[in-house]
Ligand binder design. Structure first.
Ligand code: SF4
Length: 319
């Protein structure tokens, strides 16, 4: 059954190479509701870590994929979520299980909000790379950009990240999402730089809201600002590869597109080139019609393009 699938990809990325995604949580379960979230508004807001699925259920899908496609089909395994993956526990069972299946590096993509939790830090210590996010510099910007759950405070989250940075043996690659008029002023970037320097990550990446965000007033900063930010933060940009270069284990083009838009909204053109390159499918128009009728698919316009993204039926995600 497609919507229970925990394995996603393989997704090509300039940072990681070909990445096999392993998803540990149900759709849009998160302790943040970031204004820029490309998955739309958070529908399951929580900061309670839970065993959403038996670890073996997740691992058996990964095993099935690796047996079918071979280890040579990917470069890294990325634990991600359609929300925040560290809300799943026990993550160490996932790490151990994946290590038995592959010698490829294991990467965790996280918003970094729960790194103050000792139990979590213990569970993720054997990842090779952890990629947390830091968009805010203080309580006010944290509430404005990330809109965290309940009593989660900036100082608590930042301190967790700081302590984790000191003890983690693998590499930390920090990601900063820059949003026009939220966190892109010279003064803001200067203060963020000081925060980042204290963390001393191995790499810093700057991302921008390239896909439809959760909130309408979210925009990409000016190119000049991005150039300045990259130089100041000694960061690289995240340049995305075309979606048509994704590969999929799904047999039907419609299932494959839905599998992707659960994590990664696609424009109409993305869908056309993906389907044409992966399936030689001549019926793209038909597929778009079926997507339009699907109650789990939402269509919206952003920066002059029409995008498709996954939603829980009956719940508009905003944007
Ligand atoms: S961007 Fe990530 S952390 Fe923010 S709301 Fe979306 S899933 Fe959660």
């Amino acid at each position: 059954m497609l919507f229970l699938s925990h394995v996603y990809g393989v997704v090509p990325s300039r940072r990681l190479g070909r990445s096999l995604g392993v998803c540990t949580i149900p759709f849009k379960t998160c302790d943040y509701a970031c204004v820029y979230c490309q998955l739309g508004r958070t529908t399951n807001m929580t900061n309670t870590r839970q065993t959403f699925y038996p670890p073996e259920e997740i691992l058996s899908e990964a095993r099935e994929f690796i047996e079918a496609h071979g280890e040579e089909s990917f470069d890294v395994v990325t634990v991600v979520g359609e929300g925040e993956p560290t809300l799943f526990k026990p993550l160490d069972a996932i790490v151990r299980g994946l290590r038995e299946m592959t010698g490829k590096p294991l990467v965790l993509i996280t918003n970094g909000s729960l790194l103050f939790d000792r139990e979590l830090v213990e569970e993720i210590k054997d990842f090779d790379i952890v990629m947390p996010t830091l968009d805010a510099k203080d309580e006010e910007s944290f509430k404005r950009i990330n809109r965290p759950f309940g009593k989660l405070t900036y100082e608590k989250v930042y301190k967790g990240l700081l302590d984790f940075s000191k003890e983690f043996k693998g590499e930390i690659w920090l990601e900063v999402m820059l949003v026009k008029d939220y966190n892109d002023s010279d003064r803001f970037l200067g203060e963020l730089k000081n925060r980042i320097e204290l963390l001393g990550p191995a790499r810093v990446y700057i991302n921008v809201p390239a896909r439809p965000p959760a909130e309408e007033n979210v925009e990409i900063p000016e190119e000049e600002t991005l150039r300045y930010a990259r130089a100041l933060l000694k960061a690289e940009s995240i340049e995305e590869l075309p979606v048509s270069s994704f590969t999929t284990s799904e047999k039907k083009s419609l299932d494959a597109v839905i599998e992707i838009i659960k994590r990664h909204p696609m424009s109409e053109n993305d869908i056309k080139s993906f389907v044409e390159s992966q399936f030689n499918d001549e019926f793209v128009v038909d597929l778009l019609k079926r997507l339009n009728k699907n109650p789990n698919v939402e269509k919206n316009s952003y920066r002059g393009k029409v995008f498709y993204r996954y939603i829980l039926a009956g719940r508009r995600s905003g944007g």
